[in-house]
Design a protein around this ligand. Structure first.
Ligand code: ADP
Ligand code: MG
Length: 334
């Protein structure tokens, strides 16, 4: 289909096409169609609001990213922020800057993917904005969630002696990006690793279960690599940390970090972006409870380090000796 179909629809035709799959949801008094949406938060809960902007050729490439999974990911990265606070996602706004060459098929699949992700997490699309773009496809999503005040988990609560945990595996999205940049095609064999980049699963139920359990002191989602993202917890909590290289859960299992391939996997795990796993801290005596809670959520949780009273975050071998990563491409963190 050509762009003519989009212009023939006109702005309002396009909006109703984009939003035709929207169902009413929890707390939505007035959804799409008025000047503003009206929502009713759960009494006693506080509102959590976050927004992300995805720009074509900066955050995604149309030639790699199928529109259905791009729609899913546009919401997933926002859901991940609500998950990191231990929140319950509720409502989303979607704003699109649409370039002249975008096809109606692309938009249809994009919105189907977006709304499928929304349905999976009981999120209702309550509004947005639609305009044309001269600078590629631009996608802005705002999400609102809620939680009781005492269950909201911040970056600032980590305490010296806490264990540092992460969910899932780390570095898979960066590996997929490397493969795509190297010219790899998406095949059934590399489907799982490609999904880590193109269709990430936000850890909403795990984040919520962790916060509601009261076992966790600080939490963040891992969008820039655990080294940088745990670094934010450390900074805001006024602590440091040791991350144990050999404990980091790598896609495809552990590897010898002395080998070049193992070292690359380690670097991707530490500094690769877009994994959208959770990093959290908890007292060591909560260890068993956290392990079984994660198991119940169907997500792996791995203790990967320890919070210290130093002012920096270091990567250590299994003996606690800091690793010299300076020649391995970590210089942007020095
Ligand atoms: P306004 O002129 O008040 O900005 P619009 O004509 O832009 O209103 O939008 C009409 C309705 O459609 C509003 O409820 C708005 O939130 C919604 N809307 C517009 N674009 C989108 C979109 N891309 N996704 C979801 N809702 C949208
Ligand atoms: Mg508008």
């Amino acid at each position: 289909m050509s762009h003519d179909n989009i212009s023939q629809l006109g702005e309002f035709g396009l909006i109703s096409r984009l939003t035709r799959g929207v169902q009413s949801g929890c707390g939505v008094i007035t959804g799409i169609g008025d000047d503003a949406a009206v929502t009713q938060p759960t009494p006693g809960m506080q509102l959590l609001t976050s927004t992300d902007l995805l720009s074509e050729n900066i955050h995604f490439r149309k030639r790699w990213h199928p529109p259905y999974s791009l729609g899913r990911k546009s919401l997933a990265v926002n859901l991940s922020d609500i998950a990191a606070m231990g929140g319950i996602p509720r409502w989303a706004l979607l704003s699109l800057g649409i370039p002249p060459d975008l096809t109606l098929d692309f938009l249809d699949e994009f919105s189907t993917g977006f709304l499928a992700m929304a349905t999976e997490h009981d999120v209702t699309l309550i509004g947005g904005d639609t305009c044309s773009s001269k600078a590629g496809l631009t996608i802005s999503v705002t999400i609102m969630g809620e939680q009781y005040p005492q269950q909201i988990i911040r970056r600032s609560g980590a305490v010296c002696g806490d264990e540092i945990w992460c969910t899932g595996t780390l570095g898979g999205a960066a590996l997929a990006l490397q493969l795509l940049e190297g010219g790899a095609d998406q095949t059934p064999e590399n489907d799982a690793i490609m999904a880590r980049l193109l269709d990430p699963a936000p850890r909403v139920s795990t984040g919520r279960a962790l916060s509601e359990s009261g076992l966790v002191s600080a939490m963040i989602d891992i969008s820039d690599g655990i080294l940088a993202d745990f670094g934010h917890i450390a900074e805001l909590s006024g602590v440091g940390g040791q991350l144990f290289a050999e404990r980091l859960p790598l896609p495809g299992g552990q590897r010898q970090i002395e080998q070049p391939e193992g070292r690359q996997a380690l670097e991707r795990a530490l500094t690769g972006g877009e994994d959208y796993e959770l990093c959290f801290t908890a007292r060591p005596d909560n260890h068993e409870k956290i392990a079984s809670l994660a198991k119940k959520c169907g997500v792996a949780a791995t203790p990967v380090g320890i919070v210290t009273d130093s002012k920096n975050v270091v990567v250590c071998d299994s003996h606690g000796t800091p690793l010299d990563m300076s020649r391995g491409g970590f210089n942007h963190f020095s």
